[in-house]
Design a binder for this molecule. Structure first.
Ligand SMILES: Nc1ncnc2c1ncn2[C@@H]1O[C@H](COP(=O)(O)OP(=O)(O)OP(=O)(O)O)[C@@H](O)[C@H]1O
Ligand SMILES: [Mg+2]
Length: 342
């Protein structure tokens, strides 16, 4: 049990709720923060122990149980796993009813959302985020596992249903990358905070251009860097079963790597995009027109083949982008000779 190795200070840092346990049991740990819980109990005099009828074994045992229970309580229970998300029709911008019965998305499915600028892609993501019940401008409804979602999904911040990577990131916090990640890891009750923050920063740096490190203030990250950080953070730390992505492509980061990082077996991924590669990487795409869902199209076999070609064109463009970024001049023969499709 980790408890026997951690000092009280470390315990409180890792599991902030233990402070409640100490208070409940009238244990004043001030001045003993650098001891383990057992060492602290061992420091009691025999007289004190008898006077207060203190049972040291039981206190240690109970604290262990308390930590286990709190960990379970704070994370998602098995039965509550999200298996599907259903969109019920609402109205387009002219108040016309959407022409589908319902759209159900299962875990491990990737859905893209396409449509002209201003058509309502971000709006659909927001409906899902809010688990709309006819109470948004579209009048849509969202079901989880085929049922009306529990209110707790909307309001609890620990059990968030949805991890959203929105179009605008506002970092108002005056924190370093390290502090931000540690805070997040602690609130998710991660055991190995340092290991996890390292993994996130490495993943983020693989997506972004110029590397940044843990001591960089969040506010001085570039747009692409903060986006990369949020994506890596969501992929590695978030337990949210539904991931909503609003336009990865504008961030100047490696979109395909980002998507690969975000996709995992037990998640539902929805992404609004103007990028044909991302649109075709999805299993299906929802087409939005004038605020309404106009169609749902399955990605065909032919489109999957086209995607392969698109990706090879894209790698040429990426190569050019990198050359230009690094100050080199472009030369025809390099791209024509170097690629079999050209
Ligand atoms: N069905 C609807 N009824 C009423 N208003 C809507 C509806 N759908 C979208 N809107 C509104 O239309 C506006 C534009 O929608 P939104 O921002 O979702 O567009 P978008 O497709 O994400 O555009 P972009 O590609 O530029 O990001 C928003 O104010 C949104 O609330
Ligand atoms: Mg949008």
């Amino acid at each position: 049990m980790v408890m026997n190795k951690l000092t009280i200070e470390q315990l409180e840092e890792k599991y902030p709720f233990v402070i409640g346990y100490f208070e409940e049991n009238k244990l004043d740990t001030t001045g003993h923060k650098n001891k383990t819980f057992k060492e602290y109990l061992d420091s009691f005099s025999q007289e004190y122990i008898e006077d207060w009828a203190i049972n040291r074994e039981k206190l240690i045992d109970d604290l262990e149980k308390y930590i286990e229970q709190m960990k379970q309580f704070l994370s998602l229970d098995e039965e509550e796993r999200i298996k599907s998300l259903t969109i019920l029709p609402g109205y387009d911008k002219d108040g016309k009813e959407e022409k589908f019965q319902e759209i159900t998305i299962q875990t491990s499915e990737i859905i893209s959302i396409v449509g002209p600028t201003g058509s309502g892609k971000s709006r659909l993501l927001a409906d899902i985020e809010w688990t709309a019940q006819g109470d948004t401008p579209t009048g849509r409804g969202i079901l989880i596992n085929g049922e009306l979602p529990d209110k707790k999904w909307r309001f609890s911040s620990n059990n968030r249903l949805v991890a959203q990577l929105s179009q605008n990131m506002n970092f108002v916090m005056d924190l370093q990358v390290r502090e931000f990640l540690e805070l997040h890891a602690q609130s998710r009750l991660v055991e190995d905070v340092e290991g996890v923050t390292d993994r996130i920063i490495q993943a983020a740096n693989k997506l972004a251009g110029e590397e940044f490190d843990l001591d960089t203030p969040i506010t001085s990250l570039s747009g692409g860097q903060s986006r990369a950080l949020m994506i890596a953070d969501t992929a590695i730390l978030s337990s949210s079963p539904i991931v909503l992505i609003d336009e990865i492509e504008n961030a100047g980061i490696d979109r395909k790597k980002a998507l690969d990082l975000l996709i995992s077996e037990d998640k539902i991924v929805l992404m609004a995009t103007h990028d044909p590669i991302l649109a075709l990487m999805a299993d299906k795409r929802i087409v939005i027109k004038n605020g309404g869902i106009a169609n749902i199209v399955e990605t065909s076999q032919e489109e999957k083949e086209i995607l392969v070609e698109l990706e090879s064109m894209d790698s040429i463009i990426q190569g050019m982008r990198n050359d230009l970024r690094d100050g080199r001049s472009l030369q025809f023969q390099f791209y024509r000779g170097g690629n079999q499709n050209a």
